[in-house]
Design a protein around this ligand. Sequence first.
Ligand code: SF4
Ligand code: SF4
Length: 365
Amino acid sequence: MTIPGPPIGLLAELTHRCPLQCPYCSNPKALLKANTELSTETWLEIADQAADLGALQVHLSGGEPTLRTDLAEIIAGFARRGVYTNLITAGVSLDRDGVARLATAGLDHVQLSIQGARAETTELIGRFKGGHERKCTFAGWVREAGLPLTINAPIHRHNIGEVAEFIDLALALDADRLEIANVQYYGWAYLNRGALMPERDAVARQVDIVEAARERLAGVLTIDFVTPDYYADYPKPCMGGWGADVITISPDGTVLPCHAAMTIPDLEFERVPQKTLAEIWTGSSAFNRFRGTEWMAEPCRSCPRKELDFGGCRCQAMAVTGDAANTDPACILSPHHDMMAEIAEAESRTTAPDFIYRRIGAGTA
Ligand code: SF4
Ligand code: SF4
């Protein structure tokens, strides 16, 4: 069995509640209600346990984490222990004082998602009237509070033509970093895959735009690029390896090796506070199932890249091939790779179906 080192970070999903309804959301189709959420006290205990385990950073996420009225207290709990705090937010729920309060509590960084470079696209995707203007105002308050700002732009067929405008917007909002993130198909995004899949040519055009901008804006704006798996030749090193770097905690305290791990049916997950993070990190069967490289079959087992990408994403292998232990079909060496590319080509050329917007009950009808 692979013995894990300390986790680098924690993905703390504080709530599944969200004022937006993005069809690309990676939250599970069965969204958890507010009355299942962990208490403030438990999150503070988690902060201590994470720091004791050696975690260096926490990503405070959701749903929309700013809907938790105890967010400043939770941030202070992590900050007290020297854990770097990153808030991942849609930026429509806090006012100026709220942003300042989080900064005072010890917040280190803000990642703001913007659904379109144009107001009408942001409203179409998030289904929140006036959302674009509120996000832009929010970005100003973040900078005013002295916090570094990353703009996250989730890319799909409805906004892939706006990549150049996203770059201009990030500059106008004085962001330090822009993440052009091609949508990954888990949870609600998987349900909406046909509505979201871009065409191969559009993907190639955005790569050119991003590469040119990276060169032009070196030292001014850092641009990260999350490649689209369905048109890739090799997979990403998902989560830095299963159970290697990150612990995800869902709003009800279920502890996961990755935020989509519940899509793999035969895994058993444990929960805080019933068990400690340290017990789960080293002993959980779900964390150990795909840890390291011993679980791999061919072609990964004998592949020289296996320590680079760890066989890719287990949840994508599950979703596309029906077996989480298979090589990620994003890999050109996978026997399912052609099938994945064909899915992308076929779906992207078909008229986009209507979105199934993310809200309780919508994905189960
Ligand atoms: S992707 Fe959209 S709907 Fe999902 S949590 Fe983020 S802002 Fe909310
Ligand atoms: S065969 Fe496995 S280890 Fe090799 S590149 Fe493909 S996914 Fe990575």
